[in-house]
Design a protein around this ligand. Structure first.
Ligand code: AMP
Ligand code: MG
Length: 491
């Protein structure tokens, strides 16, 4: 008979617990609450392999036990991490209220990834919450985070979803579930805000040194180092947010606790992809003032990064005035960094290789025509890429025809042949995105016991730049457009 330890070794767990070595005020140690009858709903085999894990020798039930928190992997020291955050502008204490970090898996290539159970029960940071999660939102996070990965956008990943066999109460009774999230780390802007507000400067330095070592190994941990780290985080976030904008991703709840230090997208709550191009698009039911609308995401990112800079001030200089000046200078670079990333990406979306000053106007013109005629964002660029203009009202308008001539003339002015432009466009404009109605259909099918719809969806979303015939079906818009599509937080 095989012993548990051998089983763990065979499964490839190689967990370290570096965060647990940090000051105790940064986390609380506790085990997941066991659940009655876990069942594996979906498991990410390629990701598991990448992490060096292998559960082939285990029965599905045993795998479900691990990802439900009933069996703790060898080497895991589960902790709930403390953090704070500005939620819709209001500062508050938060923390993992329904998640536990099992440990950090060291991959065969020596990379380190947090393995976190989301929905694993109450913690000291749960406030009024039940510590649990429902199946729909956990699968939604799985589908969309993996789709983001397919789109080459930095993101936390999803390893597994299990149902718990228990009911959770939301607006109605829901099936309880746990998602296993994999992240470069779970260090958030809000983690720094928490330590800066409620711990000592020495502890803040410990956290910053930890972040430097884990994410920015090239930067030294001296006074300039902390400012350099801030610069690098700003650079990564400017790049990330531009990538969101370029594919029409709306995060929905860009609170400072939902913004990572690593530059990965995190926390897929009320997120969704924009269909009709409109900068004011909001999907989240709780975002009544449009704070986190599509067009406002870059501003909010800069605002969040300013909160990070404030938290880091004591490390940047002993002299507060100097620290503020240095931090402000660095923050002021965000807009240009973001804009450069965005316009570079937009040029690629239009097959443009070189730079002309007028490109900005050309892009702006297209976007305003799209907005005027309510054009689907993804499918407009898809049509330009395929050079096939049917189905959409915008393409029959005089404005578009004129714009198209200007664009063609622009392409003529560069030395690269047209084929190169169309290749560039193909690799920059996804043929498909996780359309809201498709995601909803997949979730509904799972709840009715049919996993095939979701599996097929995940499969096509894993290579969105393929332009395969298989994908045509997934590029289609819903028969009836649901302009009032709403996503929900408090998942
Ligand atoms: P989120 O909206 O998922 O970013 O979560 C914001 C905060 O609420 C975090 O501190 C979460 O841990 C906490 N939270 C969200 N849902 C629950 C829940 N069901 N039980 C306990 N805490 C929760
Ligand atoms: Mg969150």
């Amino acid at each position: 008979m095989i012993t548990e330890t051998k089983m763990a070794a065979k499964s490839g767990w190689n967990l370290d617990n570096s965060y647990e070595q940090l000051p105790q005020s940064f986390f609380t140690r506790l085990n997941p609450k066991s659940v009655s009858s876990p069942k594996l709903i979906i498991f990410n085999h390629p990701l598991s392999k990448f992490l060096g894990l292998n559960f082939e020798k285990l029965k599905n039930n045993d795998v479900a036990d691990i990802f439900a928190g009933n069996e703790i992997p060898e080497g895991a020291v589960p902790i709930a991490q403390a953090y704070a955050g500005h939620q819709f502008g209001h500062f508050t204490m938060l923390g993992d209220g329904r998640a536990l970090l099992l440990g950090e898996q060291i991959t065969p290539k020596g990379q380190r990834f947090d393995i976190q159970l989301k929905g694993s029960g109450r913690t000291p940071y749960s406030r009024g919450g039940d510590g649990r999660a429902a199946l729909g939102p956990m699968l939604r996070e799985y589908i969309i985070s993996e789709a983001m990965h397919g789109l080459n956008i930095p993101t936390t990943r999803s390893l597994a979803v299990v149902t718990t066999g228990e009911i959770v109460f939301r607006e109605k009774e829901e099936i309880g579930a746990i998602l296993t999230r994999v992240a470069a780390s779970h260090l958030r802007v809000g983690t720094f805000q928490y330590v800066s507000n409620w711990c000592s400067v020495e502890e803040l330095r410990v956290l910053a040194d930890y972040a430097l070592k884990r994410h920015f190994p090239g930067i030294h941990n001296d006074q300039d180092g902390y400012l350099s780290m801030l610069k690098e985080i700003i650079r990564r976030q400017a790049s990330l947010i531009a990538k969101w904008q370029l594919v029409g991703f709306i995060h929905g709840v860009m609170n400072t606790d939902n913004m990572t230090i690593s530059g990965e997208t995190i926390d897929y709550g009320p997120c969704a992809f924009m269909d009709i191009y409109n900068p004011e698009t909001v999907f989240s039911s709780i975002d009544v003032y449009g704070r986190y609308s599509y067009g406002n995401q870059p501003n909010i990112a800069a605002w969040n990064l300013s909160r990070l800079a404030e938290a880091l001030l004591p490390l940047i200089s002993d002299n507060e005035k100097i620290a503020v000046k240095l931090a402000k200078d660095v923050i002021s670079k965000f807009d240009d960094l973001y804009h450069n990333n965005w316009i570079t990406g937009m040029r690629k979306k239009l097959g443009i290789f070189n730079i002309e000053i007028e490109d900005e106007a050309l892009i702006g013109r297209l976007l305003s025509i799209m907005e005027k005629y309510g054009a689907d964002y993804t499918n407009t660029f898809r049509a330009l890429t395929l050079n096939k203009f049917d189905d959409m009202i915008i393409f029959d308008t005089e404005e578009f025809v004129k714009w198209h001539e200007m664009w063609q003339a622009r392409l003529d002015r560069q030395k690269e042949p047209r084929e190169f432009s169309y290749e560039l466009m193909k690799s920059s404009n996804p043929a498909i995105i996780p359309r809201n109605y498709r995601v909803e259909d997949a979730l509904e099918a799972v709840i009715n016991g049919d996993y095939s719809v979701m599996e097929k969806l995940n499969d096509v979303l894993s290579s969105p730049f393929e332009y395969s015939v298989d994908q045509d079906e997934y590029a289609k818009l819903p028969k009836k457009r649901n302009c009032a599509y709403r996503t929900f937080c408090g998942t």
